[in-house]
Design a protein around this ligand. Structure first.
Ligand code: NAD
Length: 348
């Protein structure tokens, strides 16, 4: 465990198996230095346990970074359930997951994610108070992640392209799911010209019909002559193959862990492409959780997500002034906040 390539001094990693209901889950709490570890529960038929462990270690770390860069009093956590949500998800399994979270006594707060829903959280809530979306208002469907990406994208186009407004801006959106599709909606409403790709032809057809988007083949999206590339499908898509092909000036999207390796941040910069750190652009969900405990009305939640735009503007201005990449600056800010929150070691 401690030598796993994605182990990053995670505070707690728990493996749980409940034979009676078929639960096989891993909970990773990356950091509680700034507050309880918040993050979604992903249910997915991972091909093996190592794939599940890698996912939970990376994603929980990402949650710490999202919360810290947005200056929230929250840490980072994540959980994965190994299984097919369509086949294996039962009330008994969700209850067992709820008991697992209850046993962590608030070190981890569970939210919905790929393969789990707000209804699933309601089942878990019978076992634990440490869930997101506990109030009726907080259960209203809001595209907070897409809205946050929009805020980051607007700030980035202002900073890099000197634009006010998005009318006529050419944006390529990769992936038309829970993040990509509403992002297309926001962009189209502001007059942006969309190019889209998805492996699901039905979603592509919907984006063409609803937003006048131009559709391209899945692999052709990297070659499009656009100003912004918005990855909203999966991680590691900024790599040796894609980066030389990109024609965008800005990369800003909702996918987690977009860089295949840290070195790819420098490769983007060397090509003059400004990369908005993924964990900043896609932090809408954690801001939503924080805000729902203060004022859970939709306007208040979306208003809170606006901070992603202000933080992006600040980071890009500092990047331009210093010659450092935005990611170098956000990583440093997160590390500094975490270090400042930890009690000083006792004197020798
Ligand atoms: P989703 O499963 O709803 O959508 C993903 C979409 O990508 C699907 O439409 C899928 O068909 C498409 N896709 C798959 N392979 C593709 C390919 N090769 N080319 C183009 N499209 C492809 O997932 P989502 O919730 O929209 O999440 C997308 C990304 O954003 C993930 O990396 C996720 O971790 C991240 N993210 C999501 C949220 C959220 O609130 N949903 C929050 C933060 C980060």
């Amino acid at each position: 465990m401690f030598s796993h390539p994605d182990f990053d001094d995670h505070e707690t990693v728990i493996f749980s198996r409940d034979e009676a209901c078929g639960l096989r889950a891993i909970v990773a709490v990356h950091s509680t230095a700034l507050g309880p570890g918040f993050g979604g529960c992903r249910m997915f038929p991972y091909e093996d346990e190592d794939a599940a462990l890698t996912d939970v270690l990376r994603l929980s770390r990402g949650m710490t970074y999202k919360a810290a860069i947005c200056e929230l009093p929250l840490g980072g956590g994540k959980s994965v359930i190994i299984g097919d949500p369509k086949r294996d998800k039962t009330p008994a399994l969700l209850a067992a997951m709820g008991r697992l979270v209850a046993g962590l006594n608030g070190a981890y707060i569970i939210a919905d994610d790929v393969g789990t829903s707000l209804d699933d959280l309601a089942v878990m809530r019978r076992e634990t108070a440490y869930t997101a979306a506990a109030t009726a208002a907080a259960r209203q469907p809001l595209a907070v992640t897409a809205y946050g990406v929009l805020q980051a994208l607007e700030s980035a186009t202002a900073a890099v392209l000197g634009r006010t407004g998005l009318a006529g801006l050419a944006v390529a959106v990769q992936g038309l799911g829970n993040v990509g599709m509403p992002l297309c909606g926001y962009l189209a409403a502001r007059g942006a010209k969309l190019t889209v790709s998805d492996i699901d032809p039905g979603r592509v057809a919907a984006a063409r019909r609803d937003f006048g988007a131009k559709a391209v083949a899945v692999d052709a999206i990297y070659d499009e002559a656009v100003e912004v590339f918005a990855p909203c499908a999966f991680g590691a898509i900024l790599n040796d193959d894609s980066i030389p092909r990109l024609r965008a000036r800005i990369v800003c999207g909702g996918a987690n862990n977009q860089l295949r390796s840290p070195a790819h941040d420098a490769r983007l910069a060397a090509r003059g492409i400004v990369y908005v750190p993924d964990y900043l652009a896609n932090a809408g969900g954690v801001i939503d959780y924080h805000q729902e405990r203060i004022d859970d009305r939709p306007a208040a939640v979306l208003g809170a997500v606006d901070r992603i735009g202000a933080i992006t503007a600040d980071v890009l201005a500092r990047a331009a002034a210093s010659g450092k990449t935005p990611l170098t600056l956000t990583d440093a800010a997160v590390r500094q906040r975490l270090a400042a929150a930890r009690p000083a070691p006792p004197p020798n």
